[in-house]
Write a protein that binds this ligand. Structure first.
Ligand code: F6P
Length: 322
C-alpha cells in the first residue's frame, strides 16, 4: 500500500480531528502517502482530494469539528454515484481508505467495497455511541460532558423556581446519550427510543417525588423517543398533571461541538493508528474499536447500529436512583 485516503462523514464529532491526525502521522511513519477527501462521499465523487503532510495535521488535536469537513451524501446511495467515486479513487491511485463516521458512513463503505474492491477500514466517529464493536465512539464522551454541564446549569434554575424541566438531548435512533447523561445528572426519568414511554407512569413518578418533598424535577428526553420529543412529552404531561411550572430546553447542536475530552483524544489517536495498520495488514470492511481497553475489529455489517443494545443494568440504575 503506497497511498491511502482519509475522510470524515456524517454528523461531526469532537475527536474527529485527533483521529485524522493519527491516521496521517501513522501512515507517514510507515512511508505511506495520505490524501484527505473533503466533505466525505461528496468530495469522493467530485474528486476533492488534498495531500496531507506532517504539518497539515499540526495543532488540530484539540479542535472540535473536522478540518476535512463533513457531509451526508445522497448521490453515494446510487450505483452511479459510487461508480464516480471509485473512478476518482483510482485516478488518485488510492490503495485504501480510512472512513471516520457512523452507521450511515459504514453502510455506504460496505456496499462500495463489495462493488469496487477498494479496501475500507472505519473509525467510529459519532456522538451517538450507537455502534456495536466499541465501548465508546469518538465524540461520545465529550458530548456527554457537554450535556452534563448544561443540565447542571438548568438544575440551578429548576431548583430556584420549583420547576419541572424536560431537557432534550441528541439521538434520533439511540438513547445512549440520554441514558448515561441522565444517570450523571441525577435525572428523575430518562426517556429513550429503546423503551416505550408511558405518560401515566411518568406522572406517577413525579407524584412520588412530590411525596418525598421534591420541589423541582429534571427529565431527560432523547430526541428520538417514541413519546415525540421533549415538547410533545411536556405537553402530554401538563395536560394531566400541573403541579409544576413546566419548561423545555432542547440542547441541540451544542452537543456536537467543542474541544474533545482527554478520553476522546486518546481513543481517536488509538483508533486512527489501528485503522492504518489494519489496512497495511490487509484487513478491509471492518471498524476499529476499543473493547475492554484493547483495540478490536468488527465487520461493518455487525458494527452498524441495530446490533447494539441498550445496557439494561444502566437503565435499571437510572430508574432505581431517580
Ligand atoms: O448522528 C449524530 C447526530 O447528532 C444525531 O444525534 C442527530 O439526530 C443528528 O446527528 C442530527 O443531524 P443533523 O446535524 O444533520 O441535523
Amino acid at each position: 500500500m503506497k497511498r491511502i485516503a482519509v475522510f470524515t462523514s456524517g454528523g461531526d464529532a469532537p475527536g474527529m480531528n485527533a483521529c485524522v491526525r493519527a491516521v496521517v502521522r501513522t501512515a507517514l511513519y510507515h512511508n505511506v502517502e495520505v490524501y484527505g477527501i473533503v466533505r466525505a462521499y461528496d468530495g469522493m465523487i467530485s474528486g476533492d482530494f488534498i495531500p496531507l503532510e506532517f504539518n497539515s495535521v499540526s495543532n488540530i488535536i484539540q479542535r472540535g469539528g473536522t478540518i476535512l469537513k463533513s457531509a451526508r451524501c445522497d448521490e453515494f446511495r446510487t450505483v452511479e454515484g459510487r461508480r464516480k467515486a471509485a473512478k476518482q479513487l483510482k485516478k488518485f491511485n488510492i490503495d485504501g481508505v480510512v472512513a471516520i463516521g457512523g452507521d450511515g458512513t459504514f453502510t455506504g463503505a460496505q456496499i462500495f467495497t463489495k462493488e469496487h474492491g477498494i479496501p475500507f477500514i472505519g473509525c467510529p466517529g459519532t456522538i451517538d455511541n450507537d455502534l456495536f464493536g466499541t465501548d465508546n465512539t469518538i465524540g461520545y464522551d465529550t458530548a456527554l460532558n457537554t450535556v452534563i454541564e448544561a443540565v447542571d446549569k438548568i438544575r440551578d434554575t429548576a431548583d430556584a423556581h420549583d420547576r419541572l424541566f424536560f431537557v432534550e438531548v441528541m439521538g434520533r435512533d439511540a438513547g445512549f446519550i440520554a441514558l448515561r447523561s441522565g444517570i450523571a445528572v441525577g435525572a428523575d426519568a430518562v426517556l429513550i427510543p429503546e423503551t416505550a414511554t408511558f405518560v401515566d407512569s411518568l406522572i406517577k413518578r413525579l407524584e412520588r417525588g412530590r411525596a418525598h418533598r421534591k420541589t423541582s424535577s429534571i427529565i431527560i428526553v432523547a430526541e428520538g423517543d417514541d413519546g415525540g420529543g421533549a415538547y410533545e412529552v411536556a405537553r402530554k404531561v401538563k395536560e394531566k398533571y400541573n403541579q409544576y411550572e413546566t419548561k423545555v430546553t432542547v440542547l441541540g447542536h451544542i452537543q456536537r461541538g467543542g474541544s474533545p475530552s482527554a478520553y476522546d483524544r486518546v481513543l481517536a489517536s488509538m483508533l486512527g493508528k489501528a485503522a492504518v495498520e489494519a489496512l497495511l495488514e490487509g484487513r478491509r470492511n471492518e471498524m476499529a474499536g476499543v473493547v475492554n481497553k484493547k483495540v478490536a475489529f468488527t465487520s461493518f455489517q455487525r458494527a452498524i447500529k441495530h446490533n447494539r443494545e441498550i445496557n439494561k443494568e444502566l437503565l435499571h440504575l437510572a430508574e432505581s436512583l431517580a
